[in-house]
Design a protein around this ligand. Structure first.
Ligand code: TXA
Ligand code: MG
Length: 339
């Protein structure tokens, strides 16, 4: 299938083009579109056959459930039941925005969307193009990130094309998302709020609304933890993380020298504070270690830039795990794979 690239200016949305994309969704097609987090690969969430197309286009395992995107808070009641009070408070505060809630599903949601789970992940994005598209399609849109399974999430239409050309009907090119890292996924266990995946809404913000929230650890027993696949968000290059703290730059420099001696071509993804610390090495600046928002917005693009330039190892400097720094570090760790 030929993939159509349709540019839409998020500040001056062309309704005709949105309608064309919505028609593609309605007839069971696949449309990649920008949200405020990353590009999603969308299909009509209520059309099981269309949703099956998402899994095959992405080569996604059939046991990794999708997020359903809605354009109005009131649509949640069609998809979910037994919404706990803390979920209501979070939705009130953070929707539209980068927060996904996992709730008990209704029978309207096809099993393939949730890969057979009795819960469904739902979010109302704030990206203007995403909201208009869902509205025009008049159906909830199931959309994982629009990358091939295991690859870094796309933050530009060209990333979608480079992974998925010919595997979907249309890509809406709406430029770079505001946030650049995926939504935070939360579930509710008894009275507890569990963050299954840190993302664009920080755990500190969630705690402020709900009193407490815990990060899902890989060994929490009774709850589905995303990222059960140990390696994820990975560029082709091997990623090696060096955490923040004393001696970080010296450690990075030593690794780079050693990799070169062993015949590799390492690139360093460094924090701005260390921009001058690696003479003779190839570096790309993630952002200031103090500016987790900027780091989040640049991370996936930098992974793909290193790949495009043929590096086989990325030595990544970590940043403090506060605010969006938690999500940034989560993605770098997942990209690095099991230690
Ligand atoms: O920002 C985002 O969330 C982007 C944009 C496109 O909205 N979407 C995204 O989707 O990142 P995806 O499929 O790449 O990640 C969805 C995550 C997966 O890790 C999946 O395991 C988890 O949400 N998830 C979905 N349904 C779930 C459920 N019922 N229970 C637990 N986890 C669930
Ligand atoms: Mg993904």
């Amino acid at each position: 299938m030929k993939t159509l690239v349709v540019p839409i200016d998020p500040l001056n949305i062309d309704v005709g083009k949105i309608d064309e994309a919505a028609a593609t969704i309605k007839r069971g097609g696949l449309v990649a579109f920008p949200t405020e987090t990353v590009y999603g690969l969308g299909a009509d969430a209520l059309n099981a056959e269309a949703v099956a197309g998402i899994f095959s286009a992405k080569k996604r395992p059939l046991d990794d459930p999708l997020i359903v995107h809605i354009s109005q808070k009131s649509d949640l009641s069609r998809l979910t039941v037994q919404v706990p009070e803390k979920a209501v408070r979070l939705i009130e505060k953070f929707w539209p925005g980068p927060l996904t809630v996992v709730l008990k599903k209704t029978s309207l949601v096809p099993d393939i969307v949730t890969t057979g789970l009795n819960t469904v992940a739902v979010r109302m994005p704030s990206g203007a193009i995403a909201l208009r598209l869902i509205d025009a399609a008049q159906t909830p849109i199931a959309a994982p990130s629009a990358n091939l399974f295991g690859r870094p999430s796309p933050t530009l239409a060209e990333h979608v094309i480079s992974d998925m050309e010919g595997r979907l009907d249309m890509v809406i090119d709406g430029g770079a998302p505001e946030i650049g890292i995926e939504s935070t996924v939360v579930a509710f266990r008894g009275d507890e709020v569990v963050v299954l995946r840190p993302g664009g809404t920080t755990i500190e913000q969630i705690q402020e609304v709900t009193g407490s929230a815990v990060l899902c650890s890989e060994n929490s027993p009774s709850i589905e933890c995303p990222g059960k696949y140990p390696q994820h968000y990975s560029p082709n290059a091997r990623v090696v993380l060096v955490g923040p703290g004393r001696g970080q730059a010296a450690k990075v420099m030593e690794l780079a020298e050693n990799f070169k001696k062993a015949g590799h071509r390492p690139g360093i993804m460094c924090v701005e504070e260390h921009a001058g610390a690696f003479p003779g090495q190839d570096t790309k600046i993630l952002g200031s270690a103090e500016d987790a928002e900027l780091c989040a917005s640049r991370l996936f693009s930098i992974f793909r830039e290193f790949d495009g330039e043929g590096y086989d190892i990325i030595i990544a400097e970590g940043i403090p795990e506060q605010g969006l720094g938690l999500a940034v570090m989560n993605r770098i760790r997942k990209a690095a794979g099991p230690a």
